[in-house]
Design a protein around this ligand. Structure first.
Ligand code: ZN
Length: 113
């Protein structure tokens, strides 16, 4: 069973190269709710993680890791949050940004004498 990252658009697999880069691989949580949270976070249609499915460390924030032990572990309750989704996934946030700019402009206008 090759350890290939389950994240969308990520092809990292456990090998000498990724090991050198310090990329670690993490299996899905056993807990049903957290497992579901991870699956949703991946946003892959019809994806069902197996007990061998892994997500690589590229999808977690630095503060999600517990590096105090011998191995790099994920903290309790963290969910992968960094993904390279295709552009259509980014549309919502682009509109949101425009909305913020619009609100800021309105505010500026209101403050004008
Ligand atoms: Zn990955």
């Amino acid at each position: 069973m090759p350890d290939v990252c389950s994240a969308f658009g990520c092809s990292n697999r456990r090998n000498a190269r990724t090991k050198e880069q310090g990329i670690t691989f993490h299996t899905f949580p056993k807990d049903k709710v957290r497992r579901k949270a991870w699956t949703l976070a991946l946003r892959r249609k019809d994806f069902v993680p197996s007990n061998h499915s892994v997500v690589c460390s590229c999808h977690f924030k630095p503060e999600d890791f517990d590096t105090t032990g011998q191995t790099t572990r994920l903290r309790e309750g963290v969910v992968p949050s960094i993904f390279a989704f295709p552009r259509r996934f980014g549309k919502v946030s682009a509109i949101f940004k425009l909305f913020i700019i619009y609100i800021l402009n309105l505010k500026l206008m209101c403050n004008a004498p």
